[in-house]
Design a protein around this ligand. Structure first.
Ligand code: NI
Length: 240
């Protein structure tokens, strides 16, 4: 090999080494949202990723809205591509158990296994681990709180529900969601309810017209300084 070719190869090798590795699975850097400055609201979707998650993600992307998905591990394993897309598109992921048992009615080892299997499934699908826990049915007691603390996660409930799982009606879901919307609210919805996904373009447009910025739960709770095991918002009768 001539000296000239050798040095050309050396230059090519340096050029390859300098080319940055594409960070495919990484979320784009999220612009900071300050909910003291802007009117924030967090839409949250439980039990997914549901069958209609793709359409929902399209809507959120179109209107530049962020959401939080409290995922069930069993569906993370069956629909991993949606989970990866959620992270890539700047949404937040939370843990909602593996198979949705009532955490206040099962043994501690079951709770731990439900949480861990879901953490593992999300990590495998999207390369990240949820930092928030929403127990099935929003039911928690001191034991659940202790276990959440072991996992380093606060327990996130909601300020209001859309009642979508019950009405399954596009107009009713839209009406209820807009009725309960409030600044720094955390709204419970479900991406397995087809009518919720159908109502979303209209809901997002209406909220934005009312001045809301749709953000993740972490944006909303930033000022709360929650500790692992803390419950937010604190339900009535919860003796801390
Ligand atoms: Ni649920």
């Amino acid at each position: 090999m001539s000296r000239q070719i050798t040095s050309l190869l050396a230059i090519a090798a340096v050029a390859v080494a300098l080319t940055p590795t594409p960070a495919l699975a990484q979320a784009p850097k999220k612009p900071e949202v300050d909910c003291e400055q802007v009117k924030c609201i967090a839409l949250t979707f439980d039990d997914g990723p549901g069958k209609h998650a793709g359409k929902l993600l399209d809507t959120l992307k179109k209107y530049d809205a962020k959401a939080t998905f409290f995922l069930e591990g069993q569906y993370v394993n069956s629909r991993p591509a949606y989970v990866k897309r959620m992270v890539q598109e700047g949404h937040e992921l939370g843990n909602h158990s593996y198979k949705h048992p009532d955490f206040t009615k099962v043994d501690p080892w079951v709770i731990k296994s439900e949480i861990q299997r879901t953490q593992d499934a999300v990590k495998k699908a999207a390369g990240v681990e949820p930092k928030l826990l929403r127990p099935p049915y929003g039911l928690a007691d001191l034991q659940v709180s202790d276990i959440a603390a072991e996992f380093g996660m606060p327990i996130i409930l909601w300020t209001a529900g859309s009642n979508d799982w019950n009405t399954k009606n596009v107009e009713a879901i839209k009406k209820k969601t807009l009725e309960v919307a409030e600044r720094d609210g955390i709204i419970l919805m479900h991406d397995w309810v087809e009518q919720t996904v159908q109502a979303m373009p209209s809901i997002v447009k209406s909220l934005q017209a009312k001045g809301y910025t749709l953000v993740t739960v972490s944006d909303i709770i930033k000022r709360q300084e929650l500790q692992p095991g803390d419950v937010f918002p604190l339900p009535e009768g919860w003796d801390k």
